[in-house]
Design a protein around this ligand. Sequence first.
Ligand code: AMP
Ligand code: ZN
Length: 311
Amino acid sequence: MTVTTERDALEAARSAFRLELLDAGLLIATSSPGVYGRSATFERILTGLDAVLTDMAAPLNATAVRFPPVYPRADFERTDYIASFPDLSGVVSSFEAGDREHRELLGARERGEAWDGWLSPADVVLTNAICHPLYATLEGVLPADDQVFDVFGYGFRHEPSLDPMRLQSFRMHEFVYVGTPQGAQEYRDTWLDVAQATLASLGLPITAVAANDPFFGRAGRMLVSAQLRENLKIELTVPIYGDLHEGTAIASANCQREHLTAAFGIRTPDGEVAHASCVAFGMERTTLALLRTHGLDVATWPAEVRGLLGL
Ligand code: AMP
Ligand code: ZN
């Protein structure tokens, strides 16, 4: 196949999978690509998966914390997300002016014109990576050499697509280590293996590959090559579209070193900058990978998989 027909075939396969999910009622379309409602069955699978992940992580004795899907703009400023991924960001705006401006806004709206020029940025942004709000709370000296956190929540990435594996708003479950440099590296390596084995136990054909994140622009291309060269982030992928695509990442294990801990001033008791690493699971993506692998009718899934997921 030529490159163009291969790309067309991939797009067709993505659209076909999306339509199958909509026809089966598992996802509910909205007018925005990548923004869906989920059915009760979809949520039952996702909840079962989450219980499997929580059991997997039991030996970590992680401190569980939950944040809402927005966090302070001042904390967002401390990450370099707007430098690395401006196109994926989501900033909340609201109306802060008076009656006159409101009348102008309504006039523009009445005429069918853009009215968002009357809005100004609020003090919160949409959370892109659910560990960022956590780091913002850890500023200062950690109470022990290391600590592990269990974080779950909605993340936003502005990447509209008709591929059902690429959503704009989706849940992640992350297990985040904060501590010593050696501890962060060991944690990444150990929990990558555990994550892979756990996902494989659900019948998913997993491959581990070095990640290359979609950093923006020319400076971004250098960050990608550094990420690959230093082998910092590994993704666990599942083939969704056969030979048409190399596979979609459903989870990742990432050694961030001091990248975010330095930005948020997090130190170990010996006064050194802490290092961090995390293992992150995409909840919708993994649920969709299960549906793609075992079929859209849960009743026909292998008994062992249903048992593990409590279905
Ligand atoms: P990342 O922080 O980019 O490694 O993302 C963590 C996990 O979230 C990935 O391994 C995916 O499973 C999931 N994920 C990332 N982007 C998307 C997206 N656009 N739609 C659905 N899931 C995603
Ligand atoms: Zn993270």
